[in-house]
Write a protein that binds this ligand. Structure first.
Ligand SMILES: Cc1cc2nc3c(=O)[nH]c(=O)nc-3n(C[C@H](O)[C@H](O)[C@H](O)COP(=O)(O)OP(=O)(O)OC[C@H]3O[C@@H](n4cnc5c(N)ncnc54)[C@H](O)[C@@H]3O)c2cc1C
Length: 379
């Protein structure tokens, strides 16, 4: 396998975004993905304006808008009475305030849009990274089977169980958060008596019980994401099936509208939720981390993918400004990103985002393409 400028481990949302951004910044990239083919797992994903700005700059915005839904607003409601406790206007107002709309979309459509923008010949499927290394002149990735790829820098985009993270920071398993999540996509036609246009969070009687819904597929389907406390069942999976009866039992006391939505969830995916604490550093010389590899978080602020997209853009800007100084550029990237991503990681764990407050400016207003970068590190 030939050497490249930048080697990227993992072709998830973060790795693909990094590859596109770095290619556009003039670098030859190679992406090494363990899976033998691109999968279509997952369900809905809520792309807040900060994520949409990052994606628009990558040139994939038009493809996303072909199937996405653009919610009018985001509301919080109480689980039992249904009372609305906050409303954040999106759509035209969101566009004016944040510089981009919010888009809600099937995850497969986001992945397809990114895949079709990847530089030709850059992806190596069935290529599992087993170790990474570096010296004063370069870095490298070692793949299962023995191949070795040399590069100026290595970016670990290999998700919550990152081997690159382990190589840099030592072994540490992600923490089970005591929560299980159910996901389902239901047709909207049987629910036509309800106004499903807002992105809606139903806040339950405790911080682990909540239901989040938003329209996808131009409004033809509703994505349902529900969490409950759980101590015994700890399987992490994008494909294990749950049962509608579990959902109806867990949310028996919820408002009639929430239960009517759950009653449509004939196919349910179930996963235990894991998270990590913020890291003190991401960059070690010519190797750094990006996305869930360095800041895996709970989904309660809908910012996991968004943070990876922002990382990718900022990383490409830092490397573009200092193409001959990979260690300096990677350190500057960490300085630009670590505090924000860590704050959002902590906020997601707390799970009170937009419960009664309606100021989302510091999260949604961020523009990874325009945000001021810290000074270049002195050597
Ligand atoms: C239930 C749920 C709902 C969510 N909802 C939202 C939402 O609404 N909005 C949002 O912004 N975020 C959301 N997220 C978070 C978001 O899905 C993740 O943050 C995002 O997918 C992380 O992308 P990533 O590329 O960093 O990692 P991943 O998507 O995990 O990709 C990592 C890639 O690396 C590959 N890989 C792993 N190890 C190796 C190896 N050794 N060698 C080669 N390849 C390897 C994997 O196969 C994979 O393709 C949600 C998460 C969950 C669990």
């Amino acid at each position: 396998m030939k050497d490249v400028d930048i080697a990227i481990v993992g072709a998830g949302i973060g790795g693909m975004a990094a590859a596109i951004a770095l290619h556009r910044a003039g670098f030859e990239v190679g992406i090494y993905e363990q899976a033998p083919r691109f999968g279509r797992v997952g369900a809905g994903i809520n792309l807040t304006p900060n994520a949409v700005k990052a994606l628009d700059g990558l040139g994939v915005g038009a493809a996303l808008r072909e199937t996405a839904y653009e919610p009018l607003c985001r509301v919080s409601r109480l689980w039992d009475t249904g009372e609305e406790t906050s409303r954040l206007e999106l759509h035209a107002q969101g566009q004016r305030r944040y510089g981009a709309p919010q888009l809600t979309i099937h995850r497969a459509d986001l992945l397809s849009a990114l895949e079709s923008a990847l530089p030709a010949g850059s992806v190596h499927l069935g290529s599992k990274t087993v170790s990474v290394g570096q010296d004063e002149t370069g870095a490298w990735v070692e793949l299962a089977g023995g191949a070795r790829v040399a590069a100026r820098a290595v970016i670990g985009c290999d998700g919550i169980h990152s081997v690159v993270r382990e190589a840099l920071a030592g072994p540490e398993a992600p923490r089970f958060t005591g929560k299980v999540a159910f996901r389902s996509i239901v047709p909207t036609a049987p629910l036509s008596r309800y106004d499903l246009t807002p992105t809606t969070k139903w806040w339950g009687p405790d911080a682990s019980s909540q239901i989040f819904t938003f329209l996808i597929n131009r409004g033809r389907e509703l994505f349902v994401f529900a969490t409950v406390p759980e101590t015994e069942w700890t399987h992490e999976s994008w494909s294990i099936q749950g049962h509608k009866e579990e959902l109806l039992r867990a949310y028996a006391g919820f408002h009639e509208e929430a239960r009517a939505i759950l009653d449509q969830c004939d196919v349910v995916l179930k996963t235990a939720l894991y998270a990590r604490d913020p890291m003190p550093r991401w960059t070690h010389g010519r190797i750094t981390l990006l996305g869930d590899a360095c800041h895996a978080m709970l989904p309660f602020m809908a910012q996991g993918a968004a943070m990876g997209l922002e990382d990718a853009v900022v990383l490409s800007r830092c490397l573009r400004e200092a193409p001959g100084d990979a260690p300096g550029a990677l350190l500057r990237y960490e300085q630009a990103r670590l505090e924000r991503a860590s704050r959002i990681q902590r906020g997601s764990l707390q799970n009170d985002w937009l419960r009664s407050d309606t100021n989302a400016d510091w999260v949604y207003g961020y523009d990874a393409w325009a945000e001021a970068l810290p000074p270049r590190p002195a050597h």
